[in-house]
Design a protein around this ligand. Structure first.
Ligand code: NAP
Length: 254
C-alpha cells in the first residue's frame, strides 16, 4: 500500500511549480487531492491527465475565506475527511518600503500569509479528527532577508512564526505543523527572471544549482507523512545549503 492511500490532502497554489509537483507526488503515493489555484484554465491545464477519481479542483483566490471553506467541504464531501493541508500559495514582490505601494503590500500579505491562516482555520477541525498535519511553504527569505524584497521577506517570516505558533496551539489535538524553506527552485516564476538574474543566487548555493519542484515536494510529503510523526514546529531548509552559509560566493564561481 502507498504511503497516502486513503488520505486526503489540500494543496494551495496547485496550478504551477512546487504546488503542481506536490499534487503529482501525493497522487503518485495513493492520496486523494483537492487542488486549489486562482486561474481555473491554468489549473486544469497544469493537472490534465491525472487520475480524476482522486483529484478535485477548486478555482479561486486563496485569500478568500469562502474558497478555503469550499476546499475543505470538497475534501469532506467527496473524499470523506481531511488529513493534510499544504499551504503552498505565495507570490513574489520586489521592492523596498518606498517602492511598494500600500495596495501591493496588502495584496501580497493576503496571498502569502492570510491565505495560510484562512485555510488552517477552515481545515483544523477536520485535521483534528484524523490527527493530521499542515505543511507550509516558506523560503530561505523567511529568517534572513534578501535586498529589495521587504514584503516577501516579511510574509515568509510571518509564515515561519505562524508555523511555530500553530504547532504549539494544536499539538494537544494531535495536529503537527511544519514548514519547508526552499532556496532557488526552478519553477515558471523563477524561469521568468532569466539566467543572468539567477546566476548570482546559484553562485551562493553550495550545491551549485537550483532545486527542482520535485525535490521540494518530496520533503513536503515526508513532513506530511508518518515518518515525521515526532516532528512539529520545524522549518526545514531545502535549499542546496544556501542557508548554511554567510552568503559567500562559491570558490568555483569567484
Ligand atoms: N520558486 C522558488 O524559487 C521559490 C523559492 C522559495 C519559496 N518559494 C515558495 O514556494 C511557493 C510556490 O512557488 P512557485 O515558484 O512554485 O510559484 P508559481 O510557479 O508562481 O505558482 C504559484 C501558483 O499559485 C497560484 N496563485 C497565485 N496567487 C494565488 C491566489 N491568490 N490564490 C490562489 N492561487 C494563487 C498561481 O496561480 P495562477 O496561475 O492563477 O497565477 C500558481 O498556480 C510560494 O509560496 C513561494 O513563495 C518558491
Amino acid at each position: 500500500m502507498s504511503r497516502f492511500t486513503g488520505k486526503t490532502i489540500i494543496v494551495t497554489g496547485a496550478g504551477s511549480g512546487i504546488g503542481r509537483q506536490t499534487v503529482h507526488r501525493f497522487l503518485a503515493e495513493g492520496g486523494n487531492v483537492v487542488a486549489v489555484s486562482r486561474t481555473e484554465g491554468r489549473l486544469r491545464e497544469a493537472l490534465a491527465g491525472l487520475p480524476d477519481d482522486r483529484l478535485h479542483l477548486v478555482a479561486g483566490d486563496a485569500g478568500d475565506p469562502a474558497v478555503a471553506g469550499r476546499a475543505v467541504a470538497a475534501a469532506v464531501d467527496r473524499f470523506g475527511g481531511l488529513d493534510v493541508l499544504v499551504n503552498n500559495v505565495g507570490n513574489a514582490l520586489r521592492g523596498d518600503v518606498a517602492a511598494v505601494d500600500p495596495e501591493e503590500w496588502a495584496d501580497l500579505l493576503r496571498t502569502n500569509v492570510t491565505s495560510a491562516y484562512l485555510f488552517a482555520r477552515a481545515a483544523l477541525p477536520e485535521l483534528a479528527l484524523r490527527r493530521g498535519s499542515i505543511v507550509q511553504v516558506s523560503s530561505v527569505q523567511g529568517d534572513r532577508a534578501e535586498y529589495g524584497w521587504v514584503a516577501y521577506n516579511t510574509s515568509k517570516g510571518a509564515i515561519e512564526s505562524m508555523t511555530r505558533s500553530m504547532a504549539l496551539d494544536h499539538a494537544a489535538e494531535g495536529v503537527r505543523v511544519n514548514a519547508v524553506a526552499p532556496g532557488l527552485v526552478d519553477t515558471p516564476r523563477t524561469a521568468g527572471a532569466g539566467p543572468e538574474a539567477l546566476a548570482p543566487i546559484v553562485a551562493r548555493t553550495p550545491l551549485g544549482r537550483a532545486g527542482t519542484p520535485a525535490e521540494i515536494a518530496g520533503v513536503i510529503a515526508f513532513l506530511a507523512g508518518d515518518d515525521a510523526s515526532f516532528v512539529t514546529g520545524a522549518v526545514v531548509p531545502v535549499d542546496g545549503g544556501r542557508a548554511a552559509s554567510l552568503g559567500s560566493v562559491r570558490p568555483a564561481d569567484v
